[in-house]
Design a protein around this ligand. Structure first.
Ligand SMILES: [Zn+2]
Length: 176
């Protein structure tokens, strides 16, 4: 029975040959993920002495666009609206947070950064191990796992995942 035995080092040589191709595919995944990634949003107060303490504390907080800010609750809302220590808002004055006192007369705003997540998406160099070629597309940013798969806040407030990484991989895979 004939059996093909690769010449010594052939599989490694082949792996080195396909490595640039694998790298190009990974770069395509990176570009699609960057296109699909949600923006980030930052809580911005008016910065004067009329800003309530719970919002002074929130100044500068950055979260992915599909998630909620975690704002310290106000006592009235804890007593009358059943919120916990934190109030979870999509944006200032967000009634879906179920707060009332923490929304009233609020003058805060959000600033959006379209590249807040996408600029952190990177493609690594090919790693060749025997006959295997691995290229990793990664994203390191605050709350990026929750941005990808979604999360549930206390009070059963659901944030849907953006699935930008898995959708990117699916789009590139469908091209092949
Ligand atoms: Zn405010």
């Amino acid at each position: 029975m004939a059996k093909f035995t690769p010449a010594p080092g052939l599989e490694e040589a082949l792996a080195r040959m396909v490595a640039p191709h694998v790298h190009r595919i990974a770069r395509q995944v990176q570009f699609e993920a960057q296109r699909l990634a949600p923006p980030t949003k930052r809580w911005v107060t008016m910065g004067d002495d009329r800003v309530r303490p719970t919002h002074v504390k929130a100044q500068g907080q950055v979260v992915p666009g599909n998630l909620r800010f975690a704002i310290n609750s106000m006592d009235w809302d804890r007593r009358h609206r059943g919120v916990g220590p934190k109030t979870y808002m999509l944006e200032p004055r967000d009634q879906t947070s179920r707060a009332v006192a923490n929304l009233k007369n609020c003058r805060c705003a959000t600033h959006t950064d379209p590249q807040g997540i996408s600029r952190h998406i990177n493609t690594g160099q090919p790693v060749i191990s025997g006959k295997k070629v691995t290229v990793t597309v990664s994203v390191a940013a605050p709350m990026v796992v929750e941005a990808e798969v979604g999360t549930v806040y206390p009070g059963n407030l659901v944030a849907d995942g953006a699935f930008f990484m898995s959708r990117a991989a699916g789009i590139v895979a469908a091209r092949r």
